[in-house]
Design a protein. Sequence first.
Length: 159
Amino acid sequence: MMSVKLITVGTLKEDYLRYAAAEYEKRLGSFCKIIHVNLKEERLPDDPSDSEIKRALAKEGERIIAELPKKAYKIALCVEGKQLSSEELAQKIDDVATTHGELCLIIGSSHGLDDTVKNACDYRLSVSKLTFPHQLMRIILLEAIYRGYNILKGTRYHK
């Protein structure tokens, strides 16, 4: 069974988001070993400067890098990443299972990811051209992974 590590920055504040994440993580347990590492988001003033944001991202990046599994195939979620269909993501998951046996996906804070994290990854993924709150992105990503596994198993979930 493949291991899927999800590294996220920031907490899920609303109960409905925590419930949705827990539900998808439970469902994914049928397909993979899911490991979720949630890291603290750096505090910033209400109207941060570019340099304050850059410093915060660098600190978050250090904590993310420390959590990256050495042998895993690492995917950073970022706006400049490649967009995949559900079927293409399923194929990517299947390829990673064969070549690495371990997948790691990283979602940064509301300001994104430091370049050191992006450069440490094997792939950059963009889920959409639309902008989503990073808390909601966690749910979207979990559902996309769950859908990918269902595509691979040929279940009726993916219509």
